[in-house]
Design a protein around this ligand. Structure first.
Ligand SMILES: [Zn+2]
Length: 686
């Protein structure tokens, strides 16, 4: 492992932070915390922590000795001063005298010693940092160290490798007792430059930030060398020649891992997927002993809240045998859920039945032949689960190369999974209306489509923006930010639409909401208009909707969890305007298309609705069309847009977007048309 300490970077950090009143100790603490946090072989997604013992001034101007320790919820890779809250050190140290301390009392006491009462909770490992004498302390979950530690004879191997350099602490769950035991062991080994927490991770000490960091890199380096010496490939199984693709199996798996909340309301606890593959992942999932080593448990305890203790393994998806795959996957998922339930029942009594069972679905699915899926309630959570799964694969492959991977006891995994301080890391934010759902919006590059994509994203959905203009689709996705996805696709090309849906399914695992919005206006007197113009309009304003709808129901049926399909029709579908036949006729057909889909897929829980918007100022009126339409009605553009409706208010793209959101939430509404036009009695549905 390379030592990334850079003298001039460190000096710059000290200079820059000095300008905002941050002292040298904390500046360097931030510098090496980031160096450690940016290395996935050391820590991932909020794992690990660091501290520095320094001085600060309280409000009275008195200098106090404080421990600046990583705050819960912060990621080491991009930590800021606020992520290392200062806690009064002397009172923390006095806690060591106690025989026992509940988690609640520990958290409360630590909060009480914060210099800033608004700071985040100090790390669950704060007391361990406080009880150690070293000024700088670094803690990571190095994959290499765990590869050696996670063995039946791990402690012996660690002792052989590190000798007197490192003191070894047996596995104990994080918290007060671990801190006490670690402190006793440290005092017995005053010459040690750090601690190995068996089957958990590594702590290193230093009088300076550079020393603690260098000790970490050196000690991890020793483990890496030890592993390289014994590396061998995992024994592989023979796979069938032709395999199904990710997009073919993901909706099936997503449906099977969804939990019905209320059948009558059509409510599901769905999960979002994130697929990963590559030589390491494939070597692991195609391993002959994958069941044994992946079923053995966690590589380090705090992964449990993201990945559960073990992944689910599904059968090899053979091409053309998707029914067999589905049956095998269903049996595997049913067993996983039953096993999880039994695990909960086995261990909850030790906690006097005080725990509430979490959902029984896996957070990692191994697919021999293809790779793995991370699962989570958002795309971000799914990515974290997938990252951690890939990281665990490296550790387990390392462990198997020199011996046999072994985790902590099942009871210990349960205690961490159901530890209130671990669950607190996930945050208690309530789901938004479309959290756990995936929405596609066609014609999302501008106008109503862009506003609709933004509206669904705001309400919690993972969003995929389709547009013929890839740049425009990308611009909308960028504006939404986060995990928003975009695809350049011409919806009049059926093969391209299929591919675009497959891309979304491969990215997020499936689709729950489809807004078929892409359209364009053509004009012409119906008696004279050329057949070419009429057919062109039908291609986009009818056939493209049909192709999008076919793909939507294909994916939704494979999931078996219903869905919401919506069309942007037009007032023209029910109230024709002069010279607007080429636009209104296919739109009228699309209105009936929505009813046909509602009729045929209602039993599958797929709701199909349409929006009739009118006179919304969007790109569809580009190139003087707005002026022409106003002229056709004998009014000015201003009158055309606002004065022409009953409310005398301009209808905006965001109003139409809001209507799509409302329809997607109307759980008992299907085959409906919602009008968004400010009021137009002549166009009112009868
Ligand atoms: Zn840890």
């Amino acid at each position: 492992m390379r030592n990334e300490w850079n003298k001039s970077d460190a000096a710059r950090m000290v200079r820059d932070y000095a300008k905002v009143g941050i002292g040298r100790d904390l500046a360097l603490r931030i510098y090496t915390t980031r160096l450690l946090g940016q290395n996935p072989a050391l820590v991932l997604h909020g794992g690990g922590n660091t501290s520095v013992k320094t001085h600060a001034r309280d409000i009275l101007g008195d200098e106090v000795e404080v421990l600046c320790v990583k705050g819960s919820g912060w990621d080491m890779g991009n930590i800021e001063p606020a992520g290392l809250p200062a806690v009064r050190l002397a009172p923390l140290r006095r806690l060591e005298k106690l025989d026992r301390l509940t988690d609640e009392d520990m958290v409360n006491f630590q909060r009480g010693q914060l210099l800033d009462s608004n700071a985040p909770n100090p790390s669950v490992e704060t007391l361990l940092h406080a009880f150690m004498p070293a000024k700088f302390i670094d803690h990571t979950h190095s994959t290499a160290v765990l590869g050696i530690s996670d063995q039946p004879d791990g402690e012996k191997r660690l002792a052989q490798l590190y000798g007197v350099k490192m003191a070894i602490v047996p596995y104990i769950m994080p918290g007060f007792r671990l801190a006490k035991v670690a402190a006793e062991i440290q005092r017995k080994h005053p010459g040690a430059i750090g601690l190995i927490l068996h089957k958990h991770g590594i702590f290193t000490f230093g009088a300076s930030a550079e020393e603690a960091y260098t000790n970490m890199i050196d000690m991890v380096g020793l483990a890496e060398e030890r592993l390289t010496r014994g590396r061998k490939r995992l024994a592989q199984v023979k796979l069938p020649k032709a395999l199904a693709g990710v997009a073919e199996i993901a909706p099936t798996l997503r449906g099977l891992t969804s939990v019905s909340i209320d059948r009558n309301e059509g409510l599901w606890n769905r999960l979002v997927f994130d697929f990963r593959t590559g030589p390491n992942v494939l070597g692991y999932v195609n391993g002959r002993d994958v069941k044994r080593y992946s079923g053995a448990g966690l590589v380090t305890p705090d992964h449990t809240i993201r990945t559960k203790n073990v992944p689910l393994i599904v059968p090899v998806p053979e091409m053309g045998k998707l029914d067999a795959f589905r049956d095998g996957a269903k049996a595997a998922i049913d067993k996983f859920a039953a096993d999880y339930h039994a695990y909960f029942k086995r261990h909850n009594p030790r906690h006097k039945g005080s725990k509430v069972e979490l959902d029984p679905m896996p957070r990692v699915i191994l697919v021999p032949g293809l790779g793995l899926f991370g699962l989570g309630k958002t795309a971000k959570d799914a990515a974290i689960a997938a990252d951690i799964a890939c990281n665990a694969i490296d550790t387990i492959a390392d462990a198997e190369a020199i011996g046999r991977f072994e985790s902590i006891a099942e009871a210990d995994m349960f205690d961490v999974e159901y530890w209130s301080l671990e669950q607190a890391k996930l945050g208690k934010s309530a789901d938004k209306p479309f959290t756990r759902q995936i929405a596609i919006v066609t014609g999302g590059g501008g106008g109503i489509g862009a506003a609709t994509a933004e509206a669904f994203a705001r309400e919690g959905a993972e969003v995929a923006v389709f547009d013929r203009d890839g740049e425009a689709a990308r611009a909308t996705a960028r504006k939404i930010g986060g995990t928003a996805f975009w695809v350049a696709v011409d919806v009049t090309n059926a093969a391209a639409v299929r591919k675009a849906f497959d891309k979304v399914v491969a990215r997020f695992g499936g689709v729950d909401i489809v807004v078929s919005n892409a359209g364009a206006a053509w004009q012409g007197g119906i008696g004279e208009v050329s057949e070419a113009v009429l057919r062109q309009s039908f291609e986009l304003n009818f056939f493209a909707h049909q192709v999008v709808a076919q793909n939507a129901v294909r994916v939704m049926k494979a999931q078996g969890t219903g869905g919401s399909l919506m069309f942007n029709v037009s007032k023209q579908a029910v109230n024709p305007g002069p010279d607007f036949g080429p636009y209104g006729l296919p739109k009228a057909t699309t209105l009936f298309l929505s009813r046909q889909y509602a009729l045929e897929y209602g039993a599958d829980g797929i709701r199909v609705n349409a929006i009739n918007a009118d006179r919304v100022h969007t790109g569809i009126f580009a190139g003087g069309l707005l002026e022409q339409r106003a002229r056709a009605r004998g009014v000015t553009v201003q009158q055309y847009l606002a004065d022409g409706n009953l409310l005398k208010r301009e209808v905006r793209t965001t109003d139409v977007a809001q209507a799509f959101v409302m329809l997607a939430q109307a759980r008992k509404t299907t085959a409906a048309v919602l009008t968004v036009d400010g009021g137009n009695i002549a166009a009112a549905l009868r």
